[in-house]
Structures are given as C-alpha cells and as structure tokens.
Design a protein around this ligand. Sequence first.
Ligand code: FEO
Length: 395
Amino acid sequence: MKFQEIKNNVFYCGLNDCDRRIFDELIPLEHGTSYNSYLVKGSEKTAIIDTMYPPKTSEYVKRLDENRIGKVDYIIANHGEQDHSGSIPRLLEKYPNAVVITNAKCAENIKEMLHVPAEKIRVIADKEEISLGDKTLRFILAPGVHWPDTMFTYIVEDNLLCTCDFLGAHYTFNDVFAPEDEVLYNSAKRYYAEIMMPFRTMCKKYTKMIKEEIKPEMILPSHGPVYKNPSFILDAYEDWSADECKNLVLLPYVSMYGSTEEMIDYLVKGLEAKGIHTMKFDIVDGDLGDLAMGLVDASTIVLGSSMVLAGPHPMAANIAYLAGVLRPKAKFATFVGSYGWGGNLFGKLGEMLAGLKLDVIEPVLVKGKPREEDFAKLDAMIEAIYEKNKSAAIV
Ligand code: FEO
C-alpha cells in the first residue's frame, strides 16, 4: 500500500493493529491502536520519525520496501518505549549508514533495552536542529509526557509537530486524517486517562506551549490519526488537565450480596436529585477504560466494597490502587460497604488513595443489609458531598 502524504514529502508509514484488544495489559482497546511512523524526505537527506512495535517489524519493513523509499540517513527516536523504538535494530541492519538521533535519556534507554550500539546514536540537546536540505527537524525535549525520555520533533518549514505519545489515541484508520468526531474524542480521552493523567501538570505545560508558542499546522502523534485541526485535541487536553473538576461523583463498587449496591443506588438517586451527576461503575463487569475516563472528570470518588476475609474485596482494592497510580484530580472521597463478621474494610482502601490527598467524607459501614439509621447516614453523606462540591472549583 502506498504511503499517504501528509504534506510536502512528509508521509505516514505506520501501521494499524486492529486486533489488539488491550494495552499495557490493563485498559481494553475499543478500536485497536496504530503505531505511527513518519517518513520525511528532504532535498538532501531522509529521516524516519519513530519506528514500530516489534511484532509488527516484518510488516513494517515490507511496506518500506514496497514504497521504495531509498536511503535513510536519520532514524529519530522520540521515546524509548518499544512500541515506537522496537524496530530500530532492524532498521539499522537495513540502513547501515543511518544514524539514530535522540536525546540523552532515550539514548540510554535504547542502548540498555534494545542494545542499540552507542556509535550509531547521535545525542541532541533541547531545541537542537538537523537539516535535511530543504527541511529542518527541531527537537523539543518534553520529559514527563509520559516518560523522562520523551521528546517532540518539529518539522520547521512544514509547521508539523510530531508529539510522540502525547495527544495520541488508541484508534485505527485508513485515512490518516480521521474525522474528528465523538468516537475519536473518547478514544483520546481513554488514552489520556490511562497514559497521561498521572502527568497532568506536565500535560498542562506542553498543551500551553504547543498552543501558544509552536502553533503547528498539524499534530502528528505516535498513536491514532493526524490532527489537521490541532485545537480539536489541544482544547480537549486543556479541559482534561485543568485543575477544576466536573460536577460528577464516580461510584465504583463490588457487592457480594447486594447490600453495597443498594447503598450505591441510594446515593446515586440522592445525588442526582440534588443536581449532581453520577457514574455508577460495576467493578466486576465494567470496562476499566470507562472508569479511567470517569476519573478524568470526577470531583468525588465513592468506593463501595463488600468485606472479604476481614478486609476489602480484592477487586475494590484493585480500583483503589489503580486510582492511586492514575492520580486523578478528584478532591473528595468516601467509602460505603457491608460486612458479615468483622474486619477493617476502609483502612486499606484509604491507604491506597492516601497519595491523592483527598478530603475524606465520613464513610458508612453496615452489617449485612442497610437499615433506616444507615440510610440516614447516607443522607448525611449526600449532603456532605453536595456542600463540599459547592465549595470546590467545580465546572
Ligand atoms: Fe506508545 Fe510510551 O509508548
């Protein structure tokens, strides 16, 4: 298949992975993913920006051959993770005169993880440029979105910005300029939730830099389609990474005999009646990507769990741990749960969320099925959530 031209001798040479159903063995992929690679043909030199996920290397090299791209002078490694750098060793065999251009941190990573020989790597500094003749590549170090080795490559004359994983989406396509619709928006949000949300502050910083300083004509990420209209994704990142939460309470729960779910349902009804949006999430049957997307916006997390062997249900513990590492911007948390013979239900869950420094609202624990006095406590919880949300920066 012929490479699609993005603009003026800049081509898409990546691949779709339509069959991939999960990424990082964690978050389900609704639309597969793509591993993006870009071919930049200057008047004197040719560069490939990012390479390929190792299991796709043969298919990738076959496509390079089919497109008769000729010599390659530079292989740009924007990031050392193997879904982008994994085919560098194979490309160096194929193009023995090529030099890998990358930053110092990524150089260390690809030397250690992929055994790329040091003599094949040229280390560049922030804002350094190389010339391809009529085109210039400028490298912009962007540590923290999402690895310490991440950088962007800016194709100066064409005003195209390759942003590596930043601003990407797990999404497959035939036309590299996919329609910017709700499906793509949600794919990008799910991707942000899992991969970028833990680095929200850095996301804010680089979104602003791209919007106000670089002002690219198009954004070329490492996963998902090229954004012909950068504000589609930049505006979304501005929203997702903002300090303000949405008027949303997220209620993940696991309920062995229905008591915990009864309390969750009571809370949902009461909160909705007070004009607060809710997202009830069944931990056993739910899609973790949906939960992660809820965490992008929620002001409050109410975690519901049955007691198992004197502690929280392991699936609730998994959610508390996941929320702890994804580092959402939520401000408040509380817990509800039910037990049979005793134990410490909320202590361990609280410890897992401690890093988020949430303001914890009084939890409600019941023995077996909730009684009238328990519902009165849930009413107090609803009131507390309502008051806290009023006082916080909620949009
Ligand atoms: Fe898509 Fe951090 O690799």
